[in-house]
Design a protein around this ligand. Structure first.
Ligand code: APR
Length: 413
């Protein structure tokens, strides 16, 4: 049973485009999913609005039988044993009912290209009650939210998007995706963005933590490794609750290029990149397969190297073509995939920018590594069987990120 009551922003707080309503919690299936990188890279978990509806109908049925069942318990003429049985059964029905009246909520900070596409993808997944989208530009998140919400009857999902300029509306978020910041312009490196975006991410993180002190933060603003580090430092959250998005995107780009070069179906490609998001990205050919076979069965060493190089510059290639702004379709797929794994407590493994504390012989740095994501954020950094060259490249990437973090610490924010 889901009830919506639509209200335009006219009558209420103009900073908040709101649709009020009450929701029965849409419980989602929790399953342990260990996904190969290519599956992560190539496919986003599809929403199952219909299955959500089925769950809700079942809940209604349970609700309907609970009342007569409990009424039955009052019949004192029932034998004691039968009454005890019925009580146990009734209790089971009760505890089976969705427990949380509390709404599940994800906030996306930044209603630009990346943020709005992420909000839309998350809403269409139908895995949370609300997606709050906030931005400093007045009217932008509200207008986009209204537009997105009006697609729900056609797309068949219920998640409501709230557009706002007020951080109070983000209160109690389970996960917050930080996309606020400037995108790269042609010729601009991610490092050029450092100072301007660091100020934005610091400010955003302070605001978010004020209202959602328990949230898990997924950072996507570039330069990614430093911005993730900064968000962790400013928030004061434990490292497992702050992570960055890069590895799923880079792996996905690599999978696309491999599919294009080999002619093999994109869904038959497993690809993995680790390390930093940028020049010290570490593609991991030993873990990449095409139709279950090693890359060398399909491509020459030179062809593989050319593809890995193109993957390293994958973001820059799109920036050069767009001329204004940077990529957001594949990036938003990657960010939404991470949020889904956390919200659904999947324990799914995927490459993310996570705090490394001893794994691969590397210490105390945010770096792209394979990790299992669940309701607590990064639940495990997975140590894979990498080649000596790949481990050396990972160590080099860690050194490079540490140098960049030093630059970050020299800024006056
Ligand atoms: N608080 C909230 N929103 C902000 C703030 C702030 N302090 N500062 C800027 N923004 C908003 C802008 O108003 C804009 O709507 O962030 C949004 C950025 O959107 P775009 O310019 O479209 O950039 P986008 O493509 O979304 O990229 C955002 O992701 O991939 C990275 O490099 C990219 O760092 C960039 C970020």
């Amino acid at each position: 049973m889901v009830r919506f009551q639509t209200a335009s922003s006219k009558g209420g707080d103009p900073r908040r485009a709101t649709t009020s309503g009450s929701f029965r919690s849409m419980s989602t299936t929790s399953a342990v999913v260990l996904e190969p990188a290519g599956v992560v890279a190539a496919g986003v978990t599809k929403p199952h609005a219909a299955s959500n509806r089925a769950e809700i109908n079942q809940t209604d049925k349970r609700e309907r039988c609970t009342v007569p069942l409990i009424a039955g318990l009052a019949v004192n003429s029932f034998p004691r044993r039968l009454r005890a049985c019925l009580t146990a059964l009734a209790l089971r029905y009760w505890t089976d009912q969705p427990r949380s009246v509390r709404m599940s909520k994800v906030t996306v900070v930044g209603a630009g290209k990346y943020g709005s596409t992420t909000a839309q993808r998350l809403a269409a997944m139908d895995i949370v009650d609300e997606v709050v989208m906030t931005d400093i530009v007045e009217g932008l998140p509200q207008g986009l939210a209204l537009d997105m919400n009006q697609s729900r009857p056609v797309e068949k999902y219920r998640t409501l998007v709230i557009g706002t300029n007020d951080y109070a509306d983000t209160a109690g978020s389970d996960v917050v995706v930080i996309t606020a910041g400037l995108p790269r312009k042609p010729g601009m490196s991610r490092m050029d963005l450092l100072e301007v975006n660091a100020k934005i991410v610091k400010d955003v993180t302070e605001q978010i933590i004020k209202y959602s002190p328990e949230a898990i933060l997924v950072v996507v603003t570039n330069p990614l490794d430093q911005m993730t580090t900064l968000a962790a430092e400013v928030s004061g959250l434990s490292h497992d609750k702050v992570l960055g998005q890069a590895g799923i995107l880079d792996s996905s780009r690599l999978a696309h290029f491999l599919s294009e070069a080999t002619g093999v179906d994109i869904l038959e490609i497993d690809a993995l990149t680790l390390g930093s998001h940028g020049p010290t990205m570490v593609p991991v050919p030993s873990q990449c397969t095409v139709a279950g076979k090693p890359l060398t069965d399909y491509l020459s060493d030179d062809e593989i190297q050319a593809i890995l190089e193109r993957t390293r510059g994958g973001g820059g290639e799109i920036v050069a073509l767009l001329k204004t702004g940077s990529a957001y379709y594949a990036p938003s797929s990657a960010a939404a995939r991470m949020v889904a794994a956390i919200i659904k407590d999947e324990k799914a493994m995927m490459p993310v920018c996570a705090w490394v504390a001893g794994e691969y012989g590397i210490n105390d740095v945010y770096l792209g590594v394979p990790a299992k994501l669940g309701k607590n954020g990064v639940e495990e950094v997975v140590v894979m069987d990498l080649t000596a060259d790949e481990i050396a490249a990972l160590a080099e990437a860690a050194t490079s990120v540490k140098e960049k973090v030093d630059e970050l610490h020299q800024l006056e924010l």
